[in-house]
Unconditional design. Structure first.
Length: 65
């Protein structure tokens, strides 16, 4: 039995480098997008919380004891 002495280490290197490049490119695109969406979500959550607080206080003012 003979063992192959030639491996595709050069091809494997380029595959790994390509995967790393694609991952970094995806992070470069998705990172700022998520950063912007985070602040929009925080503002929306604050508005929703204020609306629910206002609705709750109006509901409590109409009750009679």
């Amino acid at each position: 039995m003979t063992t192959p002495t030639h491996t595709n280490s050069g091809l494997t290197f380029w595959k790994v480098l390509g995967i790393i490049a694609v991952a970094l490119l995806a992070l470069a695109i998705i990172g700022p997008l998520l950063k912007g969406l985070f602040w929009i979500a925080i503002i929306a959550l604050a508005i929703y919380g204020g609306f629910m607080l206002l609705r709750s206080s109006k509901k409590n003012n109409n009750t009679t004891y």
